[in-house]
Design a protein around this ligand. Structure first.
Ligand SMILES: NC(=O)c1ccc[n+]([C@@H]2O[C@H](COP(=O)([O-])OP(=O)(O)OC[C@H]3O[C@@H](n4cnc5c(N)ncnc54)[C@H](OP(=O)(O)O)[C@@H]3O)[C@@H](O)[C@H]2O)c1
Length: 337
């Protein structure tokens, strides 16, 4: 047995390519006193990893060139020298793109496979679901009858945002790429409308889907999607600014004209609330999240979809595809059984 690892080979300029990654087989590490050996079952692939490939200033340190790519994982404890963990237990960890890792136990959360499939701890019941819950309820604060719009709506953050908006009595409008994702949002998740951002007349379709304007825009994307949303924002609209995936591969500002003046004017005259957040800002809400979302799932009011790729070696290609909208649901790599 070897420890298969995917490393950052070089920093991308623009969209990442397979050449930005390399792989190696290292010996399986041996746990010392107080440590556990973890075997990765699932690796989560998330948009934030694009930021970790760059070395510019950000809220978190970059992955060093030659280092193991960072990532959340669901792991099995295969050997334990830590009294808090027993071999065979399943834990939520952050051990990155590798098949084995050592942990001293700090930051591990035990998962109960009888409560939910353990993979959900990386999606609807994990960081992305928590992002949706905290950002929507704390910053968006949707009221019954209001219109909530969310982009990247077929992904784990957006899908959860729309379904919680419905639970709160709001009208949910999703924006996603392609007819299949839009049909899924409407027919399976109960969104009131779903619009394809690739359609020629996307701004007109969005306007028609929001006849009373937009009260909450949960921003996951930026770019052309935000340009279509901005004129529809109502007075006192709230914008939880969660992500800007349309820009993650950008190497320069888009060509002019400078639209920041119009944006700042809208913020002023419409009295908009725009608040950026990182999910860790709301850590104290974790107990409420772990109480509410499983209950809503049990009632069939929150559903989820996973897009599972088999084998760690497929992670780079799958991650590149995530940035292009090729995933359909929470993107996971099944690393071992
Ligand atoms: N602030 C935080 O703490 C925090 C935490 C978690 C996630 N996030 C952010 O939340 C957003 C969604 O994350 P997720 O994990 O749920 O990802 P996801 O939806 O599974 O994947 C990203 C999706 O973004 C869409 N997309 C990519 N480029 C686009 C473009 N140019 N225009 C419109 N849509 C585009 C694609 O879907 P389509 O096929 O629909 O275009 C793609 O599938 C990301 O921006 C992420 O960075 C922030």
């Amino acid at each position: 047995m070897n420890n298969r690892r995917i490393l950052l080979a070089s920093r991308p300029r623009g969209a990442p390519t397979p050449e930005n990654f390399s792989s190696e087989d290292a010996p399986v590490p041996q746990p010392g006193e107080g440590e556990v050996l973890l075997q990765t079952l699932y690796l989560s692939l998330d948009p934030y990893m694009r930021g970790r490939m760059d070395d510019g200033p950000s809220y978190a340190a970059p992955v060093p060139v030659g280092g193991v790519m960072e990532g959340g994982t669901v792991c099995k404890v295969v050997e334990s020298h830590n009294p808090k963990f027993a071999a065979g237990e399943i834990v939520l960890a952050h051990t990155g793109w590798q098949s084995f890792a050592i942990s001293d136990g700090k930051g591990l959360r035990k998962l109960d496979p009888t409560l939910a499939p353990v993979s959900t701890a990386l999606g609807v019941l994990g960081m992305p679901g928590f992002t949706a819950y905290t950002g929507l309820l704390t910053i968006g604060d949707p009221k019954p009858g209001e219109t909530v719009v969310v982009a990247a709506a077929a992904g784990p953050v957006g899908a959860t945002v729309g379904q919680i908006a419905k639970i709160k009595g709001a009208r949910a409008v999703g924006i996603a790429g392609g007819a299949d994702k839009c049909a899924y949002l409407r027919d399976e998740l109960g969104f009131d409308a779903a619009i394809d951002h690739r359609a020629q007349d996307f701004p007109e379709q969005l306007k028609a889907a929001c006849p009373k304007g937009i009260d909450v825009y949960f921003e996951n994307v930026g770019g052309a999607v935000f340009s279509a949303v901005q004129p529809l924002l109502n007075n006192f609209a709230r914008i939880p600014l969660c992500g800007l995936i349309a820009n993650y591969n950008a190497t320069a500002l888009p060509p002019g004209p400078d639209r920041s003046v119009r944006l700042m004017r809208d913020i002023l005259i419409k009295r908009l609330t725009v608040r950026g957040f990182i999910v860790s800002d709301f850590f104290e809400q974790m107990p409420a999240f772990l109480r509410d979302v499983p209950a809503w799932m049990a009632e069939g009011r929150v559903k989820y979809r996973e897009d599972v790729v088999e084998g760690l070696d497929k992670a780079p290609k799958a991650f590149i595809g995530l940035l292009e909208g090729r995933n359909f649901g929470k993107l996971l790599v099944k690393v071992s059984d």
